[in-house]
Design a protein. Sequence first.
Length: 99
Amino acid sequence: ADMENYRKRQQRYSQNQIEQERARLLNAFLGIVDDLERALAAPDGDDDPPRGEGLRHGDALRRGVELTHRAALQVLQKEGAVALAAENQPFDPNWHEAV
């Protein structure tokens, strides 16, 4: 019985460690997504001189940020993160983080 209790306790401990690490990873990754969203909200840079094959520097930068943003969101979704509608909603400290 003691061995069975020990095994169950170790299993719970391991699961708790996994959940804590997952939360740490998701929290760090959310900061990256926030930065990418701010970059996407910036003006396109249509006044930039053409570079390369007809893509303006601002267009190429935006495309790169869009691809990175999409990949970041896919990782978050794969890890179980769910977007919460926070814009124009009252602040709820249980769900929102003040910045």
